[in-house]
Design a protein around this ligand. Structure first.
Ligand code: BTN
Length: 239
């Protein structure tokens, strides 16, 4: 089990990712920052990430290492894989990864990942994992769940956090060793496999069928009998 060298925790902060963005010049590679509560938690596509106090795992980590920054497409997937593996270690069934960076339990979102930064200087991976929250807003676009809902018991967030941090550090070896075998693990948990999603192709919203995840981490889809590869900014997930 690898242990984190630079670890910070705040009872309350605007956003762990915003903190790292402000402070990245003063902090080292693999600084992990968590918080019990965020007043301005950020989600993807400029959405808010709202989470009850002391209930979920909210953290971000800083990447300044060139090798990882050069492989940033792998970073989201490896982070998602790390969370998915920990959920499986907690004996949670039906865990899947929705390319490029969400983790699902039984078709419901349990974890979101936000990748930000400035290549080639730094990257920030922000992760929100629903742990002990049992009630969620009802107006959300997609169904949401938590580890506690799935396991019908409370989870010790401190213990979980150390396991998650260690697994993320261990899985960075896939990048350091140029080992793409992690992709097969992700393919085996590919939530989108054979599903239809909308992609923006030549500025047009087009329905495509997901076939695979490529070695370069792009998504392989089929449209009008042709196979094309898409990056994450070319897909919108409105079914
Ligand atoms: C998503 O929209 O699915 C991504 C959500 C990412 C939320 C996490 S919580 C910790 C970190 N700090 C933030 O402000 N956002 C990320």
């Amino acid at each position: 089990m690898k242990s984190v060298i630079n670890e910070l925790h705040f009872e309350e902060i605007d956003s762990t990712s915003s903190f790292l963005k402000r402070e990245y010049l003063n902090l080292t590679n693999f600084t992990f920052v968590s918080s019990d509560y965020q007043t301005r938690g950020k989600g993807r596509l400029s959405r808010q990430w709202i989470s009850d106090k002391f209930t979920n795992l909210l953290f971000s980590f800083l990447i300044k290492d060139k090798k990882i920054i050069d492989n940033f497409a792998k970073l989201s997937l490896i982070s998602a894989l790390s969370i998915a593996e920990i959920l499986i270690d907690y004996k949670i069934n039906d865990v899947s990864i929705k390319w490029p960076n969400d983790v699902y339990i039984n078709g419901k979102k349990v974890c979101g990942i936000l990748l930000e930064g400035q290549v080639p200087d730094y990257l920030i991976v922000g992760i929100g994992l629903n742990v002990n929250q049992k009630v969620f807003p009802t107006d959300l676009a997609h169904p949401i769940t938590s580890m506690a809902i799935s396991l019908s018991k409370e989870i010790n967030i401190q213990e979980l956090k150390q396991k998650v941090y260690s697994r993320i550090l261990e899985n960075m070896d896939y990048i350091y060793k140029d080992d793409n075998s992690f992709l097969n693990k992700i393919r085996a948990m590919n939530y989108l496999l054979n599903k239809e999603v909308f992609a923006i192709i030549n500025n047009e919203k087009t329905l495509v069928k997901v076939i695979d995840i490529n070695e370069d981490c792009s998504l392989k889809v089929e449209v009008d009998g042709k196979t094309i590869n898409l990056n994450s900014d070319e897909i919108s997930f409105h079914y």
